[in-house]
Ligand binder design. Sequence first.
Ligand code: NAD
Length: 386
Amino acid sequence: MAVMKFGIPKEIAGGETRVAVVPKMVAQLKKGGGDVLVQSGAGQAASYSDAEYEEAGATIVGDAPSLYAEADIVLKVQPPGMNEDVGKHEVEMMKPGSTFIGFLAPVSNQDVVNQMVEKKITSFSMEFVPRIARAQSMDALSSMASIAGYQAVILAAQHLGKFFPLMMTAAGTIPPARVLILGAGVAGLQAIATAKRLGARVEAFDVRPAVREQVESLGAQFVEMEFEEDAEAAGGYAKEMSEEFLLKEREIIGGRLARIDAVISTAQVFGKQAPVLITEEMVKQMSEGSVIVDLAAEQGGNCELTEAGKDVVRDGVTICGPLNLPAALPIDASQMYSKNVTTLVRSLYAEDDGSLDFEDEITQSACITHNGEIVNAMVKEAFQKG
Ligand code: NAD
């Protein structure tokens, strides 16, 4: 591999504590003869010091502009944004023709993508890594969803004025909390496992029938819904369900809410608004003191009353709409993300000369811009639609 300089800047988005590469992964990046530049303090919020990066073989660079001026391949967690400290946008600081790899959310960041096209920046979006067996260790959506699922249960336990486990004490017996998980994908399954570990009685629902076995193998009850509709889309994702189906689904969920202490909702449809599964009316049926943690808050929420980034209390029910839960566990979240991004880098630059192989499914799917063009068909289409 040609000598490439990897740049690891300090994340600038509010509340972001993760860093794209942890010291342990520096050696992996240097394997092909590359250099790793780390902005001073980049790992601080995740408890990784400059000294640890240096010990691992990285070079510490004082500030963002100096880092971007040298980096051939920038590895980040969040999409590029305005760096208020230096008064410059991160894309503006990148070298023309350089490469960006990170969560890019290209459809909601059209300006950034257009700037990248203009500067002939090659970009890879972690969201677009295909969900195939070979790419599992690069799947940052899954690793971060798993953290969010875990952390959502911890959050629910913190807000619930009750124990999760069955408690048999001299002061009486307290039954276990009842937890309902809506959407049993990666986050939902981790939420089930975490709530079970804490001793709760867990039930779960998903539109994809294939999930039933996984739910049951974790010791949770699968909620029955006698209404057939094809729910499986490509890549293991769910389809957008009909309004008729959602009405029936809300009816079934509503019938259970009165005896549920905590709901963790994770239902999402890739690239669409999240389905509304809990209406304002349904919240009224819940007991005072119960909790909803809505992991779909960023996509509009599974509960009608969810406010993204806020905890609201309505009719005695706390509704949390957390954003970026992985940032609450920055040490492990950075370690997992770092493994994902480093494995992707090694896959993209498998050729000794550092060239990209666009015949490769992973390279082709994850690449958004290259050589002054948007090369991802789905993103191109979304831009044309406006
Ligand atoms: P996601 O975040 O897009 O959605 C979360 C869950 O919500 C999904 O399980 C979905 O079925 C469910 N959902 C959607 N609409 C719903 C509704 N109206 N009611 C209830 N539930 C609803 O999904 P995800 O967790 O990112 O992934 C889903 C699946 O993709 C995984 O469970 C897995 O089977 C597959 N996957 C495959 C790979 C791989 O092969 N490498 C990697 C990751 C995930």
